[in-house]
Design a protein around this ligand. Structure first.
Ligand code: PMP
Length: 416
């Protein structure tokens, strides 16, 4: 894993930088930048409409990404891969295109309190606009969802009903770092209401661990390229073909139509029906390079590396600060990715982040687009360190040493 650092040019241009903000966006390997640059320098034409060589090359490079992404998440068909701008747009595509058609007054939309706003607000607004009930699954003090009976089994009776149209779940929380038992939750939902449509937010999962949409048995899955070594500006929505085939369009315009007449417009098949206008061609081609890069590393290897680093991060923070630190989700028994969002006694997270920056350490402070979760766990804001394949044990040690300095500076009177 150490050698992968050489693949990331930003780590060369900022040799002293300790980048611990990969949950916000990951660094990009050179081959992703090269793939995008090659598009612009060698064959930068628009796709699908050109009957000349470089346009055909651009179309085929763009379309090839669908298959590469499909294989990466084990989607049965590349036709089920829709390119969007980001995970947020992928969720909104469903709430706009399908939600508006399907949700009636009195129906229920279910999500959880641990969601990122991207998988919370679109559903909340859909529910409000259609007089549907917006049900939010609570969590326990350790951040685990409050879905277990006394024997530890998942029990969704009282949550999922015959009126539940949609359920939106995150696979990995961007604050807790825990991997949710989404496969088991989906099984429990299907046992109560097989017609509930289930969207999995995998924005923090796909970059860090193997994800298999068929194994999860979800209906939709959202991800963002920029969190998985790919460029910004590209997201993916995966959906089951049988649903996408009947789903109305989201955005209207060029590239998504079959025939346009003054009286009427007919639409193209999925996935093109959902990709109106010129897409981020270079970005999609960059995503393909990113997926191939991650496949080269091996997702199982990467996940193992992160679990190990994540455990070290938690252990070192807890050993260094004891009761003076509160790491959200640290008491969970669920598997985790390499991420820790924490409160340090007496220190405002923004001050912590600003002082860590003086030590060349990049972390994030705030509520990480998860206000309901912070409110639920009674944390105003947290400082978040998030790791990825290029993070080393040395980075973690340096973070903990720098945090000591920060703590002493901000709270000289608190005894360690
Ligand atoms: N879901 C989760 C769990 C996230 O962490 C993020 C990004 N922080 C998103 C969704 C949204 O991703 P994007 O901003 O790329 O749409």
């Amino acid at each position: 894993m150490k050698d992968v650092r050489l693949d990331f040019p930003l780590l060369r241009t900022h040799q002293d930088l300790i980048y611990l903000d990969s949950a916000a966006t990951s660094l990009k390997p050179q081959i992703v930048l090269d793939a995008m640059n090659r598009y612009y320098t060698d064959y930068g034409a628009n796709i699908h409409r050109g009957l000349y060589a470089i346009s055909e090359e651009a179309s085929s490079e763009y379309e090839e990404t669908r298959q590469v992404v499909a294989d990466f998440i084990n989607a049965p068909s590349s036709q089920e891969i829709i390119f969007t701008r980001n995970a947020t747009e992928s969720v909104n595509l469903i709430t706009y295109a399908l939600g508006r058609e399907m949700v009636d007054p009195g129906d229920q939309i279910v999500t959880t309190v641990i969601e990122h706003h991207a998988n919370f607000v679109p559903w909340q607004q859909l529910a409000f606009q259609h007089d549907a009930e917006f049900k939010v699954i609570d969590c326990l003090e350790n951040g685990d969802l409050d879905i277990y009976d006394e024997t530890g089994r998942i029990d969704l009776s009282g949550i999922i009903t015959t009126k539940t149209r949609f359920c939106a779940l995150t696979l990995v929380s961007n604050v807790l770092g825990t991997v949710q038992p989404v496969k088991e939750i989906i099984k429990a939902i299907r046992a109560i209401n097989p017609k509930t449509l289930i969207l999995v937010d995998a924005a923090q999962a796909v970059p860090h661990m193997p994800v298999d949409v068929q194994d999860l048995d979800c209906d939709f899955l959202a991800l963002s390229s920029h969190k998985m070594c790919g460029p910004t500006g590209v997201g993916v929505l995966w959906g089951r073909n049988e649903i996408l085939a009947h789903m109305p369009p989201f955005l209207f315009g060029g590239a998504m139509i079959r025939e346009v007449r003054i009286e009427e417009t007919t639409y193209d098949e999925s996935p093109h029906r959902f990709e109106a206008g010129t897409p981020d061609i270079a970005g999609v081609i960059g995503l393909k390079a990113a997926v191939r890069y991650l496949q080269g590393v091996g997702m199982q290897t990467l996940y193992k590396h992160e679990q190990e680093l994540g455990a070290t991060l938690l252990k070192q923070l807890q050993e260094a600060f004891g009761t003076k630190i509160r790491i959200l989700g640290a008491d969970s028994r669920l598997p985790r990715i390499g991420l820790a969002a924490f409160e340090l006694e007496g220190c405002h997270p923004h001050d912590v982040a600003a002082l860590l920056d003086e030590e060349n350490i990049a972390v994030r402070a705030g509520n990480h687009c998860a206000m309901p979760l912070h409110a639920r766990l009674k944390a105003n804001a947290t400082t978040r360190a998030s790791l990825y394949l290029y993070t080393t044990h040395d980075d973690i040690t340096k973070l903990v040493t720098a945090l000591h300095k920060v703590h002493t500076r901000l709270c000289p009177s608190i005894k360690k």
